[in-house]
Write a protein of this length. Structure first.
Length: 191
């Protein structure tokens, strides 16, 4: 988002409209923060926390997408493979939160039941913490965007290359944060 300041600006404007500058974002605000939730979903899609889901074992012979999977086979889903699939996503490596907004303006949900992306394990043994994890991540994102104006340092390149050993960034992300809420909001945090 720091490389696309118009996205940060739009998310910040949504937060100003819904929350204002005199209090912190609350969980009850999330239902009205569709663009911020779309940013969180796009982050989950583009940069999953881990590359694969928990392994599953097929209970019977099956054919999926033209591939035969014998009973007893270990099955793994590639999270980046789903989230970066050009047959599903236009410009799959570009950060575009708008792709998650509903044309009718209805609420953006944080999970994807259509399996076009996979942030948390799904199915019968799906992640029990999916709602908690996605809500906490979105709250953190909302509070960071709401509480600060973010900029890239001048003359410092932003390198979003991921590490070869995990899905974290290979190099630290330089960013400048400037307070933007009313002073009393920050003072309350210290109490």
């Amino acid at each position: 988002m720091i490389k696309q300041p118009w996205i940060l600006k739009r998310a910040s404007e949504e937060l100003d409209i819904v929350v204002g500058r005199d209090r912190l974002v609350q969980e009850s605000d999330l239902k009205d923060l569709n663009y911020v939730k779309a940013c969180a979903r796009e982050s989950f899609r583009l940069h999953p926390v881990s590359p694969f889901n928990v392994p599953h074992v097929s209970t019977e012979d099956a054919t999926v997408g033209g591939y035969f999977i014998p009973k007893g086979s270990h099955v793994l889903l590639s999270r980046p493979g789903l989230g970066h699939n050009p047959r599903i996503w236009k410009e799959p490596l570009r950060f575009k939160p708008e792709r998650h907004l509903n044309s009718d303006g209805s609420e953006v949900v944080l999970t994807d039941s259509k399996l076009r992306m996979l942030s948390f394990s799904t199915g019968m043994r799906g992640c029990a913490g999916v709602l908690l994890g996605s809500t906490m991540t979105t709250m953190l994102l909302a509070r960071l965007i709401h509480g600060f104006t973010w900029n890239a340092p001048p003359d410092v390149p932003i390198d979003l290359t991921e590490s070869e050993s995990n899905l974290l960034l290979a190099k630290p992300l330089p960013a400048l944060a400037k307070l933007q809420l009313s002073e009393h909001v920050y003072q309350q945090l210290g109490n």
